[in-house]
Design a protein around this ligand. Structure first.
Ligand code: FES
Ligand SMILES: [Fe+2]
Length: 398
């Protein structure tokens, strides 16, 4: 990582920003009047007390979903995985990012790159293992044998013969920008003006005494959830509103009456003092002066307690399905039974969240339902809806 061109030290780790700016890709298309009408159903400029949540059809409509794929997931820095999976030269991981097959790999030169994980010949998925280390400096398509080097350049196209207008340069892998904010890897499919380190600045400031960069990864859990990705994010951003009712164990660890939300430009923080340890083992494992639940637009959460962090990446799998990836990090001093206990407790909380999110999705399929108001705790949710609506509106206005 030290070979990356730009790095900024932060308490969460290091931000590495790429120098390459790939050509604009993607297929936004001309927005239809129908799509514009759907997007105009939500006014992000209303005062909080007058606002209502985003319309139910936004959680199930294929047109809205495609607009989100090309804008929300196509134009922003989007968290896709873990720096620890791509530390050494030739290491890689792959992920479906709003249904775009993406490969993130570290070249033999030490630089981190991201590509569409698709062969330029007949669109075969290239890397098929979820992560690994390449045995040489090539990515080979095992369908007809086209080969790419680790900068994405097509270096071999066997038996192609004469093809008018063909050049190897024109058939490189489609590049995306890759950047990191330890321990997370981000990609951006289209160039933009957002600066990753500016987005993370509030987090850097508020966590600089927490020695997060010394925490070690202890495991991953992945979940498929039967809801639109926004239902899952909404649930995270409701200011703790659902914690007393849905999470009977977790509520014992938090001082709910002092649970607060703070809004920043492209992220928000929910924080709550934690209760002191008592005989309840869940409380004992979630100690620390404060629990912090960060969300970074559009799809990543960072949960912090004393000596422990888990990151949650939310990736759409369709209008009514998403995947959530949990990675767990612990500071030295956590023994294995305590780590196992923390991960088991987090799994239980996730089952509770998934259950309610899937019930919400079933409710949102109704044509009778209308958007409800925001309660006093749900400012983070409105902030998310505003960011989302403004980005969709900008995209259809262009
Ligand atoms: S699809 Fe990759 S070589 Fe033909
Ligand atoms: Fe929850």
């Amino acid at each position: 990582m030290t070979t990356d061109p730009v790095s900024v030290v932060s308490s969460l780790g290091r931000v590495h920003l790429p120098t390459i700016h790939p050509p604009v890709k993607g297929n936004v298309g001309k927005p239809s009047d129908e799509l514009k009408a759907k997007i105009s159903l939500f006014d992000p400029n209303l005062p909080y007390e007058q606002a209502r949540a985003i319309p139910p059809i936004w959680y199930r409509d294929p047109q809205i979903y495609e607009a989100e794929r090309s804008t929300v997931f196509g134009q922003n820095w989007v968290a896709v995985g873990r720096v620890g999976d791509v530390l050494t030269p030739r290491s890689y991981f792959k992920e479906q990012v709003a249904e775009e097959p993406v490969a993130v790999l570290r070249g033999a030169d030490g630089n981190l790159r991201a590509f569409l994980n698709v062969c330029r010949h007949r669109a075969t998925e290239l890397l098929t293992n979820s992560r690994g280390i390449l045995t040489d400096d090539k990515v080979k398509c095992d369908y007809h044998g086209w080969c790419y080097d680790l900068t994405g350049r097509l270096c071999k196209a066997p038996e192609l013969g004469p093809v008018e207008g063909f050049s190897r340069e024109g058939y490189s892998l489609i590049p995306f920008e890759a950047g990191t904010f330890d321990p997370l890897v981000f990609i951006r499919m289209q160039p933009g003006t957002e600066n990753l380190s500016t987005t993370f600045e509030p987090i850097v400031q508020r966590t600089k005494d927490m020695e997060l960069s010394s925490m070690k990864w202890a495991g991953r859990k992945e979940y498929e959830v039967g809801c639109n990705w926004k239902v899952y994010v909404d649930n995270f951003l409701d200011g703790g509103y659902h914690v007393p009712t849905i999470h009977p164990a977790l509520i014992k660890a938090l001082n709910y009456s002092q649970y607060r939300t703070e809004i920043f430009d492209r992220c928000s923080l929910q924080h709550s003092p934690t209760k002191t340890a008592n005989d309840d083992p869940t409380v004992a494992l979630r100690q620390g002066a404060e629990a912090m639940y960060w969300w970074i637009y559009p799809n990543v959460m960072v949960n912090l307690y004393k000596g422990v962090m888990d990151t949650n990446i939310v990736l759409p799998l369709g209008p009514d399905r998403c995947k959530v990836i949990f990675d767990f990090y612990f500071s030295d001093g956590w023994d294995q039974p305590s780590i196992d206990k923390y991960i088991t407790d987090a799994h239980q909380v996730q089952l509770e969240d998934m259950g309610v999110c899937e019930r919400v999705q079933r409710g949102l399929t109704s044509n009778f339902i209308e958007p409800g108001p925001y309660g006093k705790r749900e400012t983070g949710e409105y902030h998310f809806h505003q960011l989302l609506a403004r980005q969709l509106q900008t995209a259809v206005d262009q």
